[in-house]
Design a protein around this ligand. Structure first.
Ligand code: DX5
Ligand code: ZN
Length: 206
């Protein structure tokens, strides 16, 4: 299981959190960009992410909770390993194709209340689907079980090379459910960053 660590809940102590991720076994550093419009919160402006990119030893997994395509292009200029934006903000595959042409892997995130049919036109163009198992906007929320049914249904039509990632409320109690429906990556925040020993939590998710 690939583990991407979200440092959202450690926003007040970012430097220390990033250093702990650096020296952990994490596969990716997950950055939750929020524009105050798509979600009711503002986090990780581009200048901060630039600095993070300079000090992170882990590949960046940038999750954009933003409405504006221009914002997506701005963060693409940082060349993260994965750039994930929400399926709710697109109507065609132009943005996906453009980001891919920059050599960046593209993820599409889907909110708990959005129908998986919205993803179907894009399944051959993307590298990852990010299933939100909480309403995006903040860390530390309870896992929404219904997400598991959506994953099961999408998996039937999803090309095998597309990574299935899940984000929100992932911990030692919810991880097995994610494994059972075929997730290959999990994003976990507070379960990891609330424990001084990041590796101890990460290993419970493997
Ligand atoms: C929610 C974010 C998540 C969040 C995960 O909007 O996308 O990445 O930080 O945090 P936990 O694991 O605490 O739910
Ligand atoms: Zn996220």
């Amino acid at each position: 299981m690939l583990v991407s660590v979200s440092v959202l809940s450690a926003y007040d102590n970012l430097l220390s959190a990033i250093n702990k991720v650096n020296s952990s076994s994490a596969d990716y550093l997950h950055i939750d960009v929020m524009d105050g419009v798509f979600v009711n919160n503002t986090k990780f402006p581009i200048d901060i992410v630039k600095k993070i990119s300079a000090i992170s030893k882990k590949p960046l997994d940038v999750h954009l909770m933003v409405n504006d395509i221009k914002t997506v292009l701005e963060y693409a200029s940082l060349k993260p390993d994965y750039l994930t934006f929400h399926v709710e903000i697109i109507n065609d595959n132009k943005l996906i194709k453009f980001i891919k042409s920059l050599g960046i892997k593209v993820g599409l995130a889907i909110n708990p209340e959005t129908n998986i049919n919205k993803l179907k036109p894009y399944l051959n163009d993307i590298d990852l689907v990010l299933f939100m198992s909480v309403t995006p906007g903040q860390g530390g929320q309870a896992f929404k079980e219904n997400t598991l049914n959506k994953i099961k249904r999408l998996k039937k039509v999803l090309p095998d090379n597309v990574i299935i990632s899940i984000d929100g409320g992932i911990n030692n109690e919810t991880i097995d459910k994610c494994k059972n429906v075929g997730c290959n990556m999990v994003v976990s925040g507070s379960f990891i960053t609330n424990n001084d020993n990041y590796n101890e939590s990460i290993e419970k998710l493997r």
